[in-house]
Design a protein around this ligand. Structure first.
Ligand code: HEC
Length: 262
């Protein structure tokens, strides 16, 4: 364990082990300004989370994510940028976390263009650190929705690395209005007039991963300080009776279907 002061107030000391099988909504400890819940697996396995967090530097994290993209692509890069540092600073469970297994998040999961690996990776990290969603709104869940919201609405890529592989003036910016890799990459390729295999497209995606890692760490740091407030107002399934994005018209045009009611 690191002797970092923030770590002394870290999650592990606040963790409440709430007996096998019980996920009691009331088993929450506050007192450091944030709410922490932890769970033990029902089947008697050694599964325990959340994992301890110490504050990281968003800039440094984003630089790592940018470099790591060229090794393990978007999802792997975001995960590696945070987990890799926590391996050094916290150790413990982070040492056995299989970062490279998340290389499959690339291309919206093995090239299928579904959720982009950047928000997917960021959500894996946030939920690992903040813990299971036990009941209702939960900070891991809220940060995950903020990751999606940020990714969809930002003029990407936001982050500019210190030593870019491609001249920043050659990288155009687009708003995806979607967390889907296909839409995000497609809108960018259309504006840039460049193919998927271009160096610019690759560097754009490396910067998108870095931008996502930056935003994630900003939120995790705020959560650690007890100052995190969600910035999204997403409630698609409640409003529309179907899971989805916020912008139905993007795909359905003016003719958005109604979901069957309960
Ligand atoms: C990324 C594209 C996309 C977005 C965004 C999207 N949809 Fe869809 N949706 C589809 C596709 C494709 C289908 C399947 C259509 C079909 O079978 O004809 C579908 C199906 C549906 C269905 C099932 C019933 C039907 O008539 O097909 C409903 C209800 C629906 N969408 C509502 C919504 C609502 C409400 C939103 C916004 C909150 C939304 N959709 C956003 C692509 C999208």
């Amino acid at each position: 364990m690191s002797d970092d002061k923030t770590n002394e107030n870290g999650v592990s000391r606040r963790q409440v082990l709430i007996g096998t099988g019980a996920l009691a909504a009331g088993a929450a400890v506050s007192g450091f300004g944030n709410l922490v819940k932890s769970a033990e697996a029902k089947d008697g396995s050694t599964e325990k989370w959340p994992w301890p967090y110490v504050k990281l530097d968003p800039q440094e994290t984003a630089e790592i994510a940018y470099k790591e993209w060229y090794r393990v692509f978007c999802g792997g890069a975001v995960i590696s940028s945070v987990i890799g540092q926590l391996r050094e600073k916290v150790g413990g469970p982070y040492k056995s976390f299989p970062i490279d297994s998340f290389v499959f998040l690339e291309g919206g999961q093995v090239g299928w263009g579904t959720i982009c690996g950047s928000p997917a990776g960021a959500n894996i990290v946030a939920n690992l650190i903040i813990g299971p969603r036990i009941a209702g709104a939960h900070e891991g869940h809220l940060i995950a929705a903020d990751n999606m919201d940020f990714y969809s609405k930002a003029n990407m890529p936001v982050f500019v690395p210190k030593n870019p592989k491609i001249d920043p003036s050659k990288i155009v910016h687009t708003v995806s209005d979607s967390p889907l890799c296909h839409i995000s990459v497609g809108k960018w390729m259309k504006k840039a007039g460049l193919p998927l295999k271009s160096k610019e497209r690759k560097d754009r995606c490396a910067r998108v991963a870095a931008s996502s890692a930056y935003r994630l760490v900003e939120m995790l740091n705020a959560w650690h300080d007890g100052t995190y407030k969600k910035t999204n107002d997403f409630s698609c399934s409640k409003e529309n009776g179907i899971t989805g994005q916020y912008n139905c018209e993007d795909c359905h045009g003016d003719d958005v279907p109604d979901a069957p009611e309960a």
